[in-house]
Write a protein that binds this ligand. Structure first.
Ligand SMILES: *[C@@H]1O[C@H](CO)[C@@H](O)[C@H](O)[C@H]1NC(C)=O
Ligand SMILES: *[C@@H]1O[C@H](CO)[C@@H](O)[C@H](O)[C@H]1NC(C)=O
Ligand SMILES: *[C@@H]1O[C@H](CO)[C@@H](O)[C@H](O)[C@H]1NC(C)=O
Ligand SMILES: *[C@@H]1O[C@H](CO)[C@@H](O)[C@H](O)[C@H]1NC(C)=O
Ligand SMILES: *[C@@H]1O[C@H](CO)[C@@H](O)[C@H](O)[C@H]1NC(C)=O
Length: 367
């Protein structure tokens, strides 16, 4: 029944667009040859608002791209929503279901839930598209048929600290050293059972150090928080407000007092944050414009914070695929096996309890 609906939706679209039903395995699509400005002109002929679902756990995660895209393409109607990837994908699936396959509730998704993309591709729910910079994107990070594209490299496991509360030379570069008594009450971490990339980091820790590490960490009276940005927000506060000083399970914040360093022995997490266009989109040219912009030299050079890692060769100055302490495909593999992900998740929930607090996107006290 569902299958029939999907196929009907697919072939309906095939009539009005480019025959993408045949494109997987039959008719390879070409690489975009138009300039950003030419795609912009095509996008301006479409009516409506481009809906973009941007995975993140703080409203500020979307601020940079909204400002840059709006400035560059002022006449495109554009609505980018930031939410946890696990809620964006659920919402798209539910809308697809309740609309009998006519709408995904969004046009473009850029998410951490990398396991969704092969599933959506298989169900013919994605509009294949190869941006102009396609050949510069490293092969492991893109779908060979153009169904989805890794846009930038996310990273967790970096040591984040407040330089006022814990000067650089006192902050260790191995996770094990944070089990020393002087770090008691001073650690803030994201719940591993609330974010799958943090979960994957903790699976790497357990594989290396065993469950006794987790027991010892818990006995350090760690402050567990929802939202990967939340620990840094609290760590950034002055000592008069709290004594939280460091984390190895958080994103850094822009606060001047927050510094980071990579672990020197432990394995940390990197992954391609991945984007796709839904085949149900009524604005394919505008969706292509958005994809093209994200993967353009302009955005890749300036848009994403100073990481030495990128899915595009030209911007991957530190070579993410060449590292010994991180494998950017490890998380992708981990996520494909949901039963295993859920087993790990509940291992941590057994010890830590359910994540406490409202969605980090709603918690105005820390954002
Ligand atoms: C943008 O999209 C969100 C999520 O669908 C919706 O709640 C909001 O009303 C939209 N905003 C505008 C200005 O259309
Ligand atoms: C912290 O100290 C290390 C080792 O001395 C140094 O290499 C690094 O640049 C310092 N990091 C920061 C953020 O100052
Ligand atoms: C646990 O750590 C928090 C945050 O630093 C602190 O407020 C609290 O007093 C600590 N609890 C105990 C029992 O030490
Ligand atoms: C990564 O390794 C490959 C293969 O050895 C090499 O061609 C490439 O230059 C390296 N990249 C970086 C950024 O070091
Ligand atoms: C928001 O986050 C702060 C810091 O973790 C926490 O103390 C507070 O309870 C949270 N608020 C809600 C409504 O969850």
């Amino acid at each position: 029944m569902v299958r029939v609906i999907i196929l009907a939706g697919c072939c309906l679209l095939a009539l009005v667009s480019s025959g993408f039903c045949l494109s997987y395995g039959h008719e390879p699509i070409g690489i975009e040859s138009r300039s950003l400005d030419a795609i912009y002109q095509a996008a301006l002929k479409e009516k409506g608002t481009l809906r973009v679902s941007w995975g993140g756990d703080a409203i500020s995660n979307g601020a940079g791209i909204i400002a840059a895209f709006t400035k560059r393409f002022p006449d495109v109607e554009f609505n980018l929503t930031v939410d946890l990837s696990k809620y964006h994908d659920s919402r798209a699936d539910r809308t697809f279901d309740t609309s009998n396959g006519e709408d995904d509730g969004t046009d473009v998704v850029l998410l951490q839930t990398v396991h969704d993309f092969p599933r959506w591709k298989k169900a013919n729910r994605l509009l294949p598209y190869k941006v102009a910079t396609w050949n510069d994107i490293q092969s492991p990070f893109k779908d060979e048929d153009g169904a989805f594209t890794g846009c930038f490299i996310g990273e967790f496991g970096t040591i984040v600290f407040n330089d006022d509360k814990a000067p650089n030379d006192t902050v260790p570069t191995t996770y094990q050293s944070f089990l020393k008594p002087e770090w008691r009450n001073k650690l803030a971490m994201t719940y591993p059972n609330d974010d799958d990339a943090i979960l994957y980091l903790f699976t790497l820790i357990v594989k290396r150090h065993g469950w006794t590490f987790i027991d010892s960490l818990v006995s350090q009276n760690v402050t567990w928080l929802r939202g990967t940005g939340t620990p840094s927000e609290l760590i950034a506060k002055p000592i008069s407000q709290n004594e939280l000083a460091a984390s190895f399970a958080a994103s850094p914040s822009a606060a001047a007092v927050i510094l980071t360093k990579l672990p020197t022995e432990d394995h940390y997490v990197t992954w391609p944050q991945t984007a796709a266009i839904f085949a149900t989109t009524k604005m394919p040219e505008t969706a292509k414009l958005f994809m093209s912009y994200i993967m353009s030299d302009e955005w890749q050079a300036d848009g994403f914070p100073s990481s030495g890692y990128a899915t595009r060769k030209q911007f991957d100055t530190d070579g993410v695929l060449n590292q010994t302490l991180t494998n950017p495909l490890g998380f992708v593999t981990f996520m494909q096996d949901r039963a295993n992900v859920e087993r790990w998740r509940f291992q941590f929930e057994t010890t830590l309890g359910t994540p406490q607090g409202v969605s980090p996107l709603l918690n105005k006290t820390v954002i």
